[in-house]
Design a protein around this ligand. Sequence first.
Ligand code: 5GP
Ligand code: ZN
Length: 115
Amino acid sequence: MAHEDCIFCKIIDGEIPSAKVYEDEAVYAFLDISQVTKGHTLVIPKTHTKNIYETPPEVASELFKRIPTIANAIKKVYQPIGMNLLNNNEKPADQSVFHLHVHLLPRYGEDDGFS
Ligand code: 5GP
Ligand code: ZN
């Protein structure tokens, strides 16, 4: 169910536009508005959950089992030489949007902007 005032729920509902990378019944993936590296993508469950602490195992499982497919789709389009997966939980750990998300950060070498 969409969570009031959650920007990622609004993105899932199409109320806020986004550049879709992948979508199915459980998961939505889209380009991060602030591209740390080319192809920087966020993968989110369609079920609103604040962060990893509050995520039911089934929701985490459905999310993570799709990541290889999404990572390979990004790899095919952007042809990075590596990729980081990143998940921030709570403000002290740099979480700024409180709907669970995994960053997929394609890497292109030393000067690609992510350190
Ligand atoms: P966090 O810091 O919570 O791990 O990551 C949140 C991410 O969401 C940030 O990298 C930020 O750029 C991205 N973001 C915030 N608002 C929007 C938005 O409206 N659209 C998109 N595509 N990304 C967003
Ligand atoms: Zn949400």
